[in-house]
Design a protein around this ligand. Structure first.
Ligand SMILES: NC(=O)c1ccc[n+]([C@@H]2O[C@H](COP(=O)([O-])OP(=O)(O)OC[C@H]3O[C@@H](n4cnc5c(N)ncnc54)[C@H](OP(=O)(O)O)[C@@H]3O)[C@@H](O)[C@H]2O)c1
Length: 243
């Protein structure tokens, strides 16, 4: 049964054809949301629900570096899940460095800023004072833990820190949720211990509790270190930020 509170929502997910992207789309479908799958590839994305019926979704192609082209689409989005990512593992060459920073950190940051501008504009014209659009940023446990992949860690840490730095301003227009996930099985991490569908279920459950910091991992240290890291950044950036 679709959850009536989510029935009217339009949800867009980047990295939609990946393991977590598909799992999140399926979960949102069960809640009755309208789905937009943002894919960088052109292969058609076909998802089936538990009854085997195809899940209706709108697939939109986008490219890192061309985030601005999504501006008009974002006008209709209520929840944007920034979920795309790559892992170049041990490759530390110049090309891998550029790609990791662009895909994992900078494109996500540009989408975030663009969505905040769009949301602020919508807020000015919103008469009902209704809910702010939401953005969910999938930074990963690699924000604070080793991931055995230097460029993955560096790029995810950069994204996490940019999110912390920009949060006070962005939060005026957007409800921000940070997804800090431990290892789950996917093309990016074939030996992850959790299943993407289970992780997606936990993410939605914590979002239902209205948590801004959503942590899903078997590693107990992350539940201690991640809140501490966000609190420390909030205090440090807060001290240095000019009014
Ligand atoms: N698996 C883990 O253990 C783990 C743990 C913590 C966090 N995460 C994070 O969770 C997110 C989803 O990862 P996943 O594990 O589901 O991996 P995945 O199955 O490999 O999905 C990642 C998706 O990102 C998109 N992508 C890849 N290269 C891209 C590029 N150059 N430009 C734009 N999009 C690109 C692709 O989707 P499209 O073709 O649809 O664009 C790809 O399917 C990532 O941000 C990852 O860092 C994963």
């Amino acid at each position: 049964m679709p959850d009536p509170s989510n029935a009217a929502l339009t949800v867009a997910v980047t990295g939609a054809s990946g393991a977590l992207g598909q799992a999140l789309l399926r979960r949102w479908h069960r809640r009755g949301a309208r789905l937009i799958a943002l894919c960088h590839g052109c292969a058609p994305l076909e998802l089936a629900g538990p009854d085997g019926q195809p899940i209706p979704l709108r697939q939109v192609q986008w490219q890192v570096g061309q985030e601005a082209a999504l501006e008009s689409l974002l006008e209709e989005v209520d929840v944007l899940v920034i979920n795309h990512g790559i892992n170049v593992h041990g490759d530390a060459g110049a090309a891998a460095t550029g790609r990791s920073l662009e895909v994992n950190a900078l494109s996500a940051w540009r989408l975030l800023e663009l969505f905040a501008v769009v949301a602020a504009r919508r807020g000015e014209t919103r008469l009902d004072g209704g809910r702010r659009p939401e953005v969910w940023v999938n930074t990963s446990e690699a924000e604070i833990q080793p991931a055995l992949s230097p460029l993955y860690e560096i790029s995810k840490r950069l994204l996490g820190q940019l999110l912390s730095l920009r949060a006070p301003e962005l939060a005026q227009a957007l409800r921000l949720r940070r997804l800090v996930l431990g290892p789950f099985r996917s093309a990016l991490n074939p030996i992850g211990v959790m299943g993407a569908d289970w992780v997606a279920g936990q993410i939605l459950r914590q979002a239902d509790w209205d948590w801004g910091l959503i942590i899903v991992t078997p590693n107990p240290l992350t539940y201690v270190l991640m809140p501490l890291a966000t609190l420390t950044r909030w205090a440090y950036y807060g001290l240095l930020r000019r009014p």
